[in-house]
Write a protein that binds this ligand. Structure first.
Ligand code: 3DD
Length: 426
């Protein structure tokens, strides 16, 4: 790939823009909170003068966030945060609308990092990340940019964990807002979004019946819990594997069987990794799997399934359906790997539904606004990983409820006084 380019965008096929625009309009109609924020700020343009580099899955929902940031005055330059998660029609529509974007479905790893570099050519002063690859690239290869960066935001659990570790090691060089840790993000996107979109990806890639199948979910964090809940809802026999006692205990009380992967590997029909850790499913597990087992990942990176060990055990492989590779093992049994072990919800489907991304991205938008506001006041945050303010969480939830026509009660002054009165006993 050329080291630099003077093109403003690089997408698979600009002619796909009209189809992409229809997808974006579909998402807009189901993201009322973000659209209300766009309406609120499109005249005052509080992000004018700010250059936001974004590295986040290019989906119809992300396009609504990108165009909301631009409507609020920001210059935006975008790349995808996974080689397989870009929707080419949406990318074309964003480029046609003047957004500088470097993203296409099926990028090589080299192209993936080339695209990130292009968003850095534009000298951002704010960053927006999902998995911290953009922030990492700045820290590792473009430290010259750091003095002009006011801060950044991080969308996902894996990214926040990496950044917390960086901060603890004294390696983080600019302030980050942990958008993932907003309750209106993780308790909806990670649970309900991942729960539905992972099943969506599995069904699009396999078209199998889930009822009656043994579905093994590795990891019972917010994402794994959502997947197990939805698989159970479709009639699957759910099995959870874990390393954290409290999470495993929760899984049993939620009605899922819990066992070690070594045992689950023998009885599972469908395997989903959602741990954030590497090497969860290894060669010794593939060796004992039933003929026809389906294996996929819904974690951020493709390290959870040990693919080299699968390749080692296989005597042949072929793509049997889109995002579905059949490996015939030397023992004669077949294993089906979905989306090359990358996040199946975005690589084989469209990611989470617009309704949950509405709140995740309202948090992203408000966090970017907060960083820009501080910058305009000349306030430089200490370098650390920051939480979303609690009141912002409740505000976004309130906005969402209102769009759903739900009204809730309010505490009376007496009730508030009671809650603060520690002397009140039985
Ligand atoms: N992610 C899932 N679905 C998405 C969508 N429709 N658009 C953009 C990003 C999407 C990933 C997010 O859930 C992110 O919060 C994560 O990876 O945790």
């Amino acid at each position: 790939m050329a080291k630099t380019t003077n093109v403003k965008s690089k997408v698979r096929n600009p002619a796909l823009a009209p189809e992409g625009r229809k997808k974006i309009e579909w998402a807009e109609s189901r993201m009322p909170v973000l659209m209300s924020l766009r309406e609120q700020y499109r005249h005052s343009k509080p992000l004018k003068g700010f250059r936001i580099a974004g590295c986040l899955h290019v989906t119809k929902e992300t396009a609504v966030l990108v165009e909301t940031l631009a409507a609020a005055g920001a210059d935006v330059c975008w790349s995808g945060c996974n080689p397989l998660s870009t929707n080419d029609e949406v990318a074309a529509a964003l480029a046609a609308n003047g957004i500088s974007i470097f993203a296409w479905h099926g990028m090589t790893v080299e192209e993936f990092y080339w695209a990130i570099e292009r968003t850095l050519d534009f000298k951002p002063n704010l960053t927006l990340d999902d998995g911290a690859d953009l922030i990492f690239t700045i820290h590792n290869r473009h430290r010259e940019l750091i003095p002009s960066i006011f801060g950044g935001t991080e969308e996902t659990t894996t990214g926040v964990n990496r950044l917390r570790a960086m901060a603890a090691a004294g390696e983080l060089r600019y302030p980050i807002v942990a958008v993932n840790d907003a309750e209106t993000k993780w308790d909806f996107d990670n649970v309900y979004g991942t729960g539905q979109s992972t099943i969506d990806g599995i069904l699009r890639a396999t078209s199998i019946l889930l009822a009656g199948k043994n579905v093994v979910i590795a990891g019972y964090g917010h994402c794994g819990k959502g997947v197990a809940m939805r698989a159970k809802g479709l009639g699957a026999n759910t099995i959870v594997t874990e390393v954290k006692p409290t999470a495993a205990l929760k899984a049993t009380l939620d009605g899922h069987r819990v066992m070690r992967m070594d045992e689950a590997a023998r009885i599972g029909d469908v395997f989903v990794t959602a741990t954030g850790v590497k090497d969860v499913i290894r060669g010794r597990h593939f060796r004992v799997m039933k003929d026809g087992a389906v294996v996929c990942n819904t974690g951020h990176y493709d390290c959870e399934i040990n693919i080299p060990e699968l390749e080692e055990l296989a005597r042949s492989r072929r793509t049997i359906r889109p995002n579905n590779e059949e490996f015939v093992l030397k023992n004669g049994k077949r294993v089906y790997l979905l989306a090359q072990g990358r996040l199946v919800n975005l690589a084989a489907a469209e990611g989470h539904p617009s309704e949950v991304m509405d709140m995740s991205f309202a948090n992203q938008f408000m966090a970017q606004l907060w960083l820009a506001g501080l910058a305009k006041k000349g306030k430089r945050l200490e370098t650390a990983v920051y939480e979303i303010p609690v009141e912002q969480d409740q505000k976004i939830a309130e906005l969402k409820l209102r769009t759903m026509g739900c009204r809730i009660d309010r505490l009376t002054p007496e009730q508030r006084a009671y809650l603060e009165d520690y002397s009140a006993g039985t």
